[in-house]
Design a protein around this ligand. Structure first.
Ligand SMILES: *[C@@H]1O[C@H](CO)[C@@H](O)[C@H](O)[C@H]1NC(C)=O
Ligand SMILES: *[C@@H]1O[C@H](CO)[C@@H](O)[C@H](O)[C@H]1NC(C)=O
Ligand SMILES: *[C@@H]1O[C@H](CO)[C@@H](O)[C@H](O)[C@H]1NC(C)=O
Length: 285
């Protein structure tokens, strides 16, 4: 588990806050967007190969196999704990009642920035769909809080970690997806970032201000890629690792620009490249 990443996220999303009451979380709510690295059960009732609600997933998790794509806690779980929440943020699939005031986890294994990403796995909730689900949550929060809903949503912490599957379960599967014949790696990064920009602006328009955006890590270290391509003695498939660098290179300046253009935005880039080799997703994305 890459503590440096988690601690930097916490620092970035909570450093400007005044200390809350003892024992109270540092923020009232935490919303999570992403893929299998953060999913906590949203795929359980989907018809999909991207499922993790059976052992050995969850063997080291108190509630057992919940749909988390890991033996224990996800990045989002660690962040929630360190923010001071005494329960994990509920997945959208089962969050109900006033639970949603603590935040909602929309992450879905296999999902991508692009809608078609991961379709060979079956059901998954793309980022666009995750944003639609967030709109449903917002309407429910408005019913509960009325006119205070907007300022409440401004105070929440938000994290988003998307894009790995747009490579692993799209660009790197030329038999199924045309993207690698349509675009060079540089062009593909442009196309992804253009779409991501719109999605981040949508999130801002829905009230997100303190948003940590994760860059991509060495997806070439994912077990499925190592098995398929071989590494020639290195730990990871270097050609694939290099593939995500143009994405990160474009994401960093985009976030700077969004901060200067969008009033009140405190978006931060979280570097995961070179620090999370043991936290990449398996073949199920
Ligand atoms: C919320 O969901 C939980 C678990 O799915 C269930 O036990 C509980 O009764 C539900 N509460 C409401 C208010 O629907
Ligand atoms: C594997 O590594 C060796 C030594 O670095 C290099 O000579 C060889 O070309 C590499 N093979 C492939 C297929 O990359
Ligand atoms: C920020 O604003 C400038 C000036 O209006 C504009 O040219 C640029 O495209 C904007 N950037 C983003 C990411 O919206």
């Amino acid at each position: 588990m890459a503590w440096r990443v988690i601690l930097s996220v916490l620092f970035l999303i909570s450093s400007n806050l005044q200390g809350g009451a003892a024992g109270a979380p540092q923020v009232p709510c935490y919303f999570i967007y992403g893929d299998s690295l953060c999913d906590s059960g949203n795929n359980n009732d989907l018809v999909t190969d991207a499922k993790a609600n059976y052992p050995p997933y969850g063997v080291d998790f108190p509630e057992g196999a919940t749909g988390r794509f890991t033996n224990g806690r996800t990045f989002a779980d660690f962040i929630a704990e360190l923010l001071g929440f005494d329960e994990y943020i509920p997945p959208f699939a089962t969050a109900n009642g006033s639970d949603i005031l603590r935040g909602v986890n929309y992450a879905s294994g296999g999902a991508g920035i692009r809608d078609e990403t991961g379709q060979q796995l079956g059901g998954r909730i793309s980022l666009n769909h995750q944003l639609q689900n967030h709109l449903i949550t917002i309407l429910r929060i408005r019913e509960m809080l009325g006119a205070d809903a907007e300022t409440y949503l401004n105070k929440c912490a938000y994290t988003i970690w998307m894009g790995s599957n747009d490579y692993l379960n799209n660009y790197l599967m030329p038999d199924i997806y045309p993207t690698s014949t349509l675009y060079t790696p540089e062009e593909y990064a442009d196309v992804l970032i253009e779409q991501y920009e719109q999605q981040l602006k949508t999130l801002y328009s829905y009230g997100a201000r303190r948003l940590a955006i994760f860059g991509l890590s060495e997806i070439g270290c994912a077990p499925a890629e190592v098995a398929e391509y071989g590494t020639n003695g290195s730990l990871c498939v270097d050609e694939i690792d290099d593939l995500v660098l143009p994405f990160n290179d474009r994401l960093k300046p985009l976030i700077k620009e969004l901060n200067s253009n969008l009033t009140g935005a405190e978006f931060v880039y979280v570097n995961t490249y070179g620090v999370t080799t043991n936290a990449v997703p398996g073949q199920k994305g």
